[in-house]
Ligand binder design. Structure first.
Ligand code: NAI
Length: 267
C-alpha cells in the first residue's frame, strides 16, 4: 500500500461524487501520496473538494484541496505556487478534468461545443503540463498521466467533437513522452471505455429516451457493447492510474492504456 509513499500528486476534476478523479485521489492517498484535490467550483462552493479531502484525512491520508478551472491561467498559477510552497516539488500530475462536450450529431454541434471540448481536454492539459514541467525537469523527473478515452483511439458515431479532442490528448501524450523522456519524465494516458460515472449517465439517459426503455434495461443493453459485459468502476480506472504513476511502470512511457473491459480489443 505504499507505491506512492511521500509523492506529491495533483489531480484535476477530482471532486465529482462518483468520478474517476475522486476514486484516484482516494486510491493514491491510500498508497501514501500527498494528494492535491482540485476541481472547478460551482458558485465558489469549495464543499465538494473539501469532502474528498476530509475523506482522505479521516482515512489517515494526506491531502489539501482547492478550486481549479483548468482553462484559467490564474487558477493554474495559484495551484502550482501553493503546491511548491507547501511541498517544494510536484511528482505526479493526473490530468483528469473532462466535459461531455462535442457529443451528438456532427451537423448539430456548433463551434462552442467544439471549443469547450478542446479548451478543457486539450488546452487545459497543455496549460497544466506547461506549468508543472519546468519543476519536474529541475527536480530530475516526474510522471504525468492524462485521462483520454477509447473515443480517442477509434471512431464512434455521435462523438466527433469529444472524440477528436481525446485523439489530441493521446497525440499530446505520445509527443511529449518522446520529448521529455531524457529528463526522466514519463507521460502516459489511460483510455477508459464505459465507466459508471455522472458523465456516462448522460449516455444512459439518451439511450433510455431514444429506445423508450427504463434505466436498468438501458444499462443492460449498453453493457452488451463491452466484452467483459459490464460498465467499469471508477476505482478500476484509478488502479491503472496508480500503476502508471508509480515506479511499477518505471520503464513505461508514451502509451495509451485502454481500461475498457475489452472494448478496444478489435483495434
Ligand atoms: P465526472 O463528470 O464525474 O468528472 C469530471 C470532472 O471534471 C468533474 O469533477 C468536473 O467538475 C471536472 N471539470 C469539468 N470542467 C472542468 C474545468 N474546466 N476545470 C476543472 N475541472 C473540470 O466524469 P468522469 O467520467 O469521472 O470523467 C473523468 C475523465 O474521464 C474525463 O476526462 C472524461 O472525459 C474521461 N472519460 C470518461 C468516460 C466515462 O465513461 N465516464 C469514458 C472515457 C473517458
Amino acid at each position: 500500500m505504499n507505491s506512492l509513499k511521500g509523492k506529491v500528486v495533483i489531480i484535476t476534476g477530482a471532486a465529482s461524487e462518483r468520478g474517476m478523479g475522486r476514486a484516484t485521489a482516494l486510491k493514491m492517498a491510500s498508497e501514501g501520496a500527498n494528494v492535491i484535490v482540485s476541481d472547478k467550483l460551482k458558485n465558489d462552493d469549495v464543499g465538494p473538494v473539501q469532502d474528498v479531502v476530509d475523506q482522505i484525512l479521516s482515512e489517515g491520508g494526506s491531502a489539501f484541496g482547492l478550486g481549479l478551472d483548468v482553462t484559467n491561467d490564474i487558477d493554474i498559477k495559484n495551484l502550482v505556487d501553493q503546491v511548491l510552497t507547501k511541498y517544494g516539488r510536484i511528482d505526479v500530475l493526473f490530468n483528469n478534468a473532462g466535459v461531455p462536450a462535442g457529443v451528438g450529431d456532427f451537423l448539430n454541434l456548433d463551434e462552442r461545443d467544439w471549443r469547450l471540448a478542446f479548451d478543457v481536454h486539450v488546452f487545459g492539459m497543455v496549460k497544466l503540463i506547461k506549468a508543472v514541467l519546468p519543476h519536474m525537469i529541475e527536480q530530475g523527473g516526474g510522471v504525468i498521466v492524462n485521462n483520454a478515452s477509447t473515443a480517442g483511439l477509434a471512431g464512434l458515431a455521435q462523438f466527433s467533437g469529444y472524440g477528436a479532442s481525446k485523439f489530441a490528448v493521446v497525440g499530446l501524450t505520445k509527443h511529449l513522452a518522446a520529448e521529455y523522456g531524457s529528463h526522466s519524465i514519463r507521460i502516459n494516458c489511460v483510455c477508459p471505455g464505459m465507466i459508471d460515472t455522472a458523465m456516462s449517465d448522460i449516455e444512459v439517459s439518451g439511450f433510455m429516451k431514444d429506445h423508450n426503455v427504463d434505466r436498468e434495461t438501458a444499462i443492460k443493453e449498453l453493457s452488451m457493447l463491452v466484452p467483459l459485459g459490464k460498465y467499469g468502476d471508477p476505482a478500476e480506472v484509478a488502479d491503472a492510474v496508480v500503476f502508471l504513476a508509480s515506479d511499477k511502470s518505471k520503464y513505461i512511457t508514451g502509451i495509451a492504456l485502454p481500461v475498457a473491459g475489452g472494448m478496444s480489443a478489435g483495434l
